[in-house]
Design a protein. Structure first.
Length: 143
């Protein structure tokens, strides 16, 4: 059984994945412009990765006899429905950088819990790969 601090950090990591802008965008179905399909396809892959991470984290928290506590989507996400895909890509990049900072702190906070730290490091690697995906999309010329 892990200590409560480890479970709290895992819950913080879980919240990052449950309530990311990419997850919100995938379930809110905002207005889409010409690049919307391209961005939506990339988001499907990111959201699928985040869902797998969520499942692993939930299982780990339960294995540690903890309770999952994730939170809610930030309220400001609700104002992003009518914006262009290019603007939203910028927001995805900005938010992903914030998420990477949070995940990096989670890795540091889990220094004494090797199994949990390993899961956080894996999540960090995936988050960095997702950022690269968003940045590549943002640099592609629009049709």
């Amino acid at each position: 059984m892990a200590d409560q601090q480890t479970i709290d950090v895992l819950n913080r990591l879980l919240a990052v994945h449950c309530y990311s802008l990419s997850t919100f965008w995938s379930i809110a179905h905002p207005w889409s412009d010409d690049r919307g399909d391209e961005v939506a396809e990339a988001l499907q892959h990111v959201v699928a990765d985040e869902a797998e991470t969520q499942q692993r984290l939930v299982a780990m928290i339960r294995d540690f006899r903890g309770r999952t506590q994730t939170g809610t989507f930030p309220m400001e996400f609700t104002s992003l429905h009518d914006l262009s895909s290019d603007y939203l890509l910028g927001e995805l990049i900005r938010r992903q950088r914030i998420n990477i900072d949070v995940i990096t702190q989670c890795v540091a906070d889990l220094a004494t819990a090797p199994l949990a730290k390993s899961a956080a490091e894996e999540a960090l690697g995936a988050a960095k790969a997702h950022l690269e995906t968003f940045e590549q999309l943002a640099t592609q010329p629009t049709a």
